[in-house]
Design a protein around this ligand. Structure first.
Ligand code: NDP
Length: 288
């Protein structure tokens, strides 16, 4: 059986093209340009790259994009004041505070301060709760991107055994809920899971989001499984690599995402989707 490499770059490009067209139609119809504000506190180089990429992606699909770069010495009150301003700003439909924040600022207080209607990262407890009940507007971008990849390749999770390795609030937990919503039978693994390989070998769909280079090897994967690698690890030689050992898993899997070029390109794409949705909602309910 030939293994299909899931091409995240191609899927992301196709979805962004759709977003660009919808944005054009939306602007023509309403006169409103979807607007995203990205707030960066401090000078973390990786965060600076992420913010630049988000800014560029917004421009490409016709969004208004504002980047607020604040010094690492910014106080929590100053950041909360900016968020209050952005909550009230009618040109801004999505607010994203780039994490991690400097240690003296409480991430949870900052996330709570974002208007849930503008919380395009879907980190606010109200949006997190919506994923639990299946009544949601926004889905965290990375798990949403994984679901989009599965759909694009005609992989229906219904009735399948899905194993998610990792239980973070931004990837593992929402990923498990989204797979459950699509009627997969879901198991979540974490650092205390006993005999990880025995569990991963039961997976028809295996999603790995741990942050440990090449930890999933071919002998841990069932023949014909779909393997989605969320991990992004920087090796000593500077190269990027996933949590899945691509070379040993490739011959076993039916589908596999590469790193780079798999899940990564989908994350910003889903942020654009969420921002357009927020703008559409704001246009439909102009008093809110
Ligand atoms: P976290 O560090 O928040 O979570 C890692 C999870 O892995 C935890 O739940 C942890 O378990 C679990 N874990 C750690 N060691 C093991 C082990 N030996 N066996 C099984 N589970 C283990 O990471 P994130 O979820 O934020 O990110 C995970 C990876 O995905 C990272 O490489 C990150 O860079 C990447 N990422 C990629 C994105 C993209 O756009 N492609 C976006 C977001 C993240 P426990 O809870 O018990 O500690």
């Amino acid at each position: 059986m030939a293994t299909t490499i899931i091409d995240g770059r191609a899927v992301a490009a196709a979805v962004r093209e759709r977003i660009k067209k919808s944005t054009e139609e939306f602007i023509n119809r309403t006169g409103i340009t979807p607007g995203l504000a990205v707030v960066l506190v401090g000078e973390d180089p990786a965060s600076q790259v992420y913010v630049r990429n988000k800014h560029r992606a917004c421009g490409e699909v016709g969004f208004l994009s504002r980047v607020y770069t604040l010094p690492a010495s910014t106080t929590e009150d100053e950041l909360l004041a900016l968020i209050a301003e952005l909550n009230a700003d009618r040109e801004i439909h999505g607010i994203l505070v780039q994490l991690p924040l400097p240690k003296h600022i409480s991430e949870s207080r900052v996330i709570l301060a974002i208007d849930p209607k503008k919380d395009v990262d879907a980190f606010h407890p109200q949006n997190v709760g919506g994923i639990m009940t299946g009544d949601y507007k926004f889905v965290p971008c990375t798990p949403a991107g994984v679901m989009e990849l599965l759909a694009h390749y005609g992989i229906d999770p219904s009735g399948k055994s899905a194993v998610v390795v990792g239980r973070s609030n931004i990837v593992g937990k929402p990923q498990a809920l989204l797979l459950l919503e699509k009627n997969a039978t879901v198991t979540v693994c974490h650092s205390r899971t006993r005999d990880l390989a025995a569990v991963t070998r039961t997976a028809d769909i295996l999603v790995v989001a741990v942050g440990r280079a090449k930890m999933i090897t071919g002998d841990m994967v069932k023949e014909g499984a779909v393997v989605i690698d969320v991990g992004m690890n920087r090796l000593d030689d500077g190269k990027l690599c996933g949590d899945v050992d691509f070379d040993s898993v490739f011959p076993v899997a039916s589908h596999i995402t590469p790193v780079p070029g798999g899940v990564g390109p989908m994350t910003i794409t889903m942020l654009l989707c969420n921002t357009l949705r927020a703008a559409e909602d704001a246009a439909a309910k102009p008093c809110h």
